[in-house]
Design a protein around this ligand. Structure first.
Ligand SMILES: [Zn+2]
Length: 225
């Protein structure tokens, strides 16, 4: 069974959001297109309390994008973003959220950030995503969303670590690129960790072709390649 993981397609990460990821709006139509190919779609949602330790505003004398040590872990300080219940934390208008099978909030613990949809950055607590996927017979996951060099990367790496065959739909991802080259480096890091790098168009072509060749009914063809 395949599942699609849609990472953090939320207002605050869009081009005009509190923590803008350049080009992030381009992800929305591609995410919608990809979701049509899967019966199981999981969304992650960055979901911070106002006092979250990743917010520069909660560290006197520090500015966004500085790096600090947060309870023993390296932490990039971010503009205040994705505060629980705020519009910035909501999924983007036009994203087909009715296709979501389940939503996994992350970053709820104020003491530690959580880039991955599976674990916090210290790998101390699980969001329950792995167990949830296994209970449904999922062995293969596809990942898209924002940001390529943070939450997407750590979600894909943890997916591999949890034993899922993992494909990145790279055209449906956008990155922060704090330093030029970060996004390319993140993709290389994923590739080196056995993540397959692909694209939404490939997914559609593969699905359509296999449906044609081996004669799957439309119901089965919807479950992806
Ligand atoms: Zn966050």
């Amino acid at each position: 069974m395949n599942a699609l993981i849609v990472v953090d397609v939320q207002n605050d990460f869009m081009d005009d959001g509190a923590l803008p990821v350049p080009g992030a709006y381009d992800v929305v139509p591609l995410a919608n297109q990809a979701m049509e190919r899967f019966d199981i779609v999981v969304a992650t949602q960055d979901w911070h309390p106002p006092e979250h330790g990743s917010f520069a505003a909660n560290h006197a004398g520090h500015a966004p994008y500085e790096r600090i040590d947060l309870h023993g872990l390296p932490q990039v300080l971010w503009p205040t973003h994705c505060v629980q219940g705020d519009d910035g934390a909501a999924f983007v208008n036009g994203l087909h959220t009715e296709r979501f099978t389940a939503v996994f909030p992350k970053g709820t613990d104020p003491t530690v950030d959580s880039y991955s949809g599976f674990f916090d950055n210290g790998h101390r607590n699980s969001t329950g995503l792995s167990a949830w996927l296994r209970e449904r017979g999922v062995t293969t996951v596809f990942v898209l969303g924002v940001a390529t060099d943070f939450c997407v990367k750590y979600t894909a790496l943890d997916a591999v670590g949890e034993g899922f065959a993992t494909t990145l739909l790279a055209d449906a991802c956008r990155g922060v690129d704090l330093n030029a080259g970060d996004v390319d480096a993140a993709i290389e890091e994923m590739r080196a960790a056995a993540v397959t790098i692909s694209a939404v168009a490939e997914l559609t072509a593969t699905s359509s072709q296999s449906a044609l060749v081996i004669g799957l009914g439309s119901e089965q063809a919807r479950s992806g390649p």
